[in-house]
Design a protein around this ligand. Structure first.
Ligand code: ADP
Ligand code: MG
Length: 473
C-alpha cells in the first residue's frame, strides 16, 4: 500500500522533496483512521506533518482508506511523537524552503552577558542616529483615507507616548504607501512633546551596518549598551535582515531586552511578518506579538487627497502656477497605487510647467507624463486571467478558485497562477489570496509546475502562449 502511495507522492511532490521527506518515512502501523510513521528526527516529523499531511492523506484515501490523521514517531530516541494532520489549511510542497524551517529549529544561543562597562564617550546616541528624520514626514502632512486609517490610528496612539499598550507596533505594506512617513511622524511627535526621550530611528540595513561595524571594531559591548538604552526604537524595512543570521540574532536580543524594559518598539516591513521568507520563526513570532497593521494599496479618493495636499506644497515653490480642473482627478485615476510615483509625477509637472511657462492642464500633463502614463496603462487583473483561463478550458471560474483538487481543475488553476505571476505585479501571497485563500507555497508550486511543463508538454506550452496573447491584446 505505502509503496503505491509513495509512487504517487513522488509525482506530486517532485524528486527532491520525495528523496528528502517522503522516502525516509516508514509506515509503522495503519488502523482505521490513523497512519503512523517512523521518522529519523522530530524535526522531520514536524516538517512533513506541516507540509505534506494533506497530500499524504489524500493519496491514501484515493486508495479507499479513510485516514483522518497522521502520526510521526521518532525512531530509536525517546519515542517522542508529533501528531499532525488536523484540519490543516491546504498545504503543498515547498520546493526550496527547507532552509527556512531549519533556521527556525536552530538552537537558541545563550543571551549576551550583562553589560557592565560604561559606554565609550565618543559613542553617543547622536552618532548612532544614522538617518535624520525628514521634516516633511509629519502627521500634519499625512493624508488619511480608508486604506491607511488603521495604521494611522495606531501610529497616533503610539505617538501619544504614555504607557506602552502594544509592543511592537508593526506597520507593513507595499512600497510607497507611507510606512516611513508614519514612523518619522511618530518620532517627530514624541520628541516634540518630550525632548528628553531617546528615540532611535534607523533602517534595518543601518542596524546591520552598525552591528557589523561593532563586531569589526570589537565594540559589541558599546553596541548592546547603546541599543538597550533607547526609550523608543524604530527599525524600518525589517525584511532586509531576513536571511542574515547573526544580524537577526542580535536584533532578536535587542528586541527582547527592550520589551523587557517596557520600551516601545516600532517596526516596518514590506509584507506581513509571517510572509517574510528567511526571517527566523522566533523573530516572526515576536513581531506578531504586538499590533500588526497593514497599509493597503491606495484607492482613488486617497490618491486624490494626497495630490491635493502635495499641490499645496508645490505652490510654495511655484507660487504662480495653477492646476486646471480635472488634472488631479485624471492623475489619481491613472497612476498606480504607489504614492511615490504619484508625487514624482506632480513634481515633474510643476517643474516642466514653470520651465515652459504654461498652465498645468490636460495637454501639458499628457505631454510631460507620457512615459509614466504609458507605464501605468491597462493592467491585467487576476480576475481577468481567471476568467480567460476558465473559458479556455471550458470550466467554471469557481472551479479555478475553489478547493477541488481534480486534475481537470488543478492544471488550469496552475496555468492561471502562472499567468498571474507573469502578467501582474501581484506577489505570491496576494495571488494565493485570490485563489480561494491558498498559501503562497501552493502558488509557487503551481508556477514552477507550469514552468517545467512548458518545456516538455507542447499542449501546455501552446495553451499558455495563446492565453498570454489574448490577455495582452
Ligand atoms: P514607504 O516607506 O511605505 O515605502 P514612504 O513613507 O516613503 O513609503 O512614502 C512615499 C512617499 O509618499 C513619501 O513622500 C510620503 O510622504 C508619501 N505618502 C505616502 N502615503 C502618504 C499619505 N497617506 N499622505 C501623504 N503622503 C504620503
Ligand atoms: Mg520606507
Amino acid at each position: 500500500t505505502w509503496d503505491r502511495v509513495q509512487q504517487r507522492l513522488l509525482k506530486t511532490v517532485g524528486h527532491n522533496n520525495y528523496k528528502t521527506w517522503i522516502e525516509p518515512l516508514e509506515l509503522q502501523s495503519l488502523n482505521d483512521d490513523v497512519a503512523v510513521f517512523t521518522v529519523p528526527t522530530n524535526f522531520m516529523g514536524n516538517y512533513v506533518g506541516q507540509n505534506f499531511s494533506d497530500l499524504i492523506l489524500h493519496e491514501f484515501n484515493v486508495d479507499g482508506f479513510h485516514i483522518q490523521r497522521l502520526g510521526f514517531k521518532v525512531a530509536v530516541q525517546t519515542g517522542a511523537s508529533a501528531i499532525s494532520g488536523k484540519r490543516a489549511p491546504l498545504f503543498e510542497v515547498m520546493d526550496d524552503d527547507a532552509s527556512d524551517i531549519a533556521l527556525a529549529e536552530a538552537p537558541v544561543k545563550a543571551a549576551p552577558s550583562v553589560v557592565k562597562r560604561p559606554v565609550a564617550e565618543s559613542e553617543t546616541l547622536e552618532a548612532l542616529q544614522a538617518a535624520p528624520l525628514d521634516p516633511r514626514f509629519t502627521f500634519d502632512s499625512f493624508v488619511v483615507g480608508k486604506p491607511n486609517e488603521l495604521a494611522h490610528a495606531a501610529a497616533r496612539r503610539v505617538a501619544e507616548g504614555g504607557p506602552v499598550t502594544f509592543n511592537p507596533l508593526v506597520l507593513y505594506g507595499g512600497v510607497g504607501l507611507g510606512k516611513t512617513h508614519l514612523m518619522h511622524a511618530i518620532a517627530w511627535e514624541l520628541t516634540e512633546t518630550n525632548p528628553d526621550l531617546n528615540v532611535l530611528y534607523l533602517s534595518a540595513e543601518q542596524f546591520m551596518y552598525r552591528f557589523v561595524q561593532a563586531l569589526r571594531e570589537r565594540k559589541m559591548m558599546d553596541f548592546k549598551h547603546l541599543f538597550r538604552s533607547v526609550d523608543v526604537l524604530m527599525v524600518d524595512d525589517v525584511q532586509f535582515i531576513a536571511g542574515k543570521d547573526s544580524t537577526q540574532e542580535e536584533f532578536f536580543h535587542t528586541f527582547n531586552a527592550l520589551v523587557d524594559q517596557n520600551k516601545q518598539i516600532i517596526i516596518s516591513a514590506d509584507r506581513a511578518p509571517g510572509e517574510i521568507k528567511e526571517l527566523e520563526e522566533r523573530v516572526k513570532s515576536r513581531l506578531q506579538c504586538g499590533l500588526v497593521v497593514d497599509l493597503h494599496p491606495t484607492d482613488y479618493e486617497l490618491r486624490l487627497g494626497i495630490l491635493q495636499t502635495k499641490v499645496q506644497e508645490q505652490r510654495m515653490t511655484y507660487p504662480g502656477l495653477s492646476v486646471a480642473d480635472g488634472v488631479l482627478e485624471f492623475l489619481a485615476h491613472r497612476i498606480s497605487t504607489n504614492v511615490r510615483v504619484l508625487e514624482g509625477a506632480l513634481t515633474r509637472l510643476f517643474a516642466f510647467a514653470s520651465l515652459v511657462g504654461r498652465e498645468i492642464d490636460m495637454e501639458l500633463t499628457q505631454d510631460c507624463l507620457a512615459d509614466v502614463l504609458r507605464a501605468s496603462e491597462r493592467k491585467i487583473t487576476v480576475e481577468e486571467i481567471q476568467r480567460k483561463v476558465s473559458e479556455h478550458y471550458n470550466i467554471r471560474m469557481s472551479d479555478i478558485i475553489g478547493p477541488k483538487r481534480l486534475r481537470s481543475y488543478a492544471r488550469p488553476r496552475q496555468v492561471a497562477m502562472y499567468l498571474c505571476k507573469q502578467l501582474t505585479s501581484r506577489s505570491l501571497p496576494e495571488i494565493g489570496r485570490r485563489f480561494g485563500g491558498r498559501d503562497h507555497t501552493t502558488v509557487m508550486h503551481g508556477v514552477k509546475r507550469i514552468e517545467e511543463l512548458r518545456t516538455v508538454d507542447g499542449q501546455i506550452a501552446e495553451d499558455v502562449e495563446m492565453l498570454r496573447r489574448t490577455l495582452e491584446a
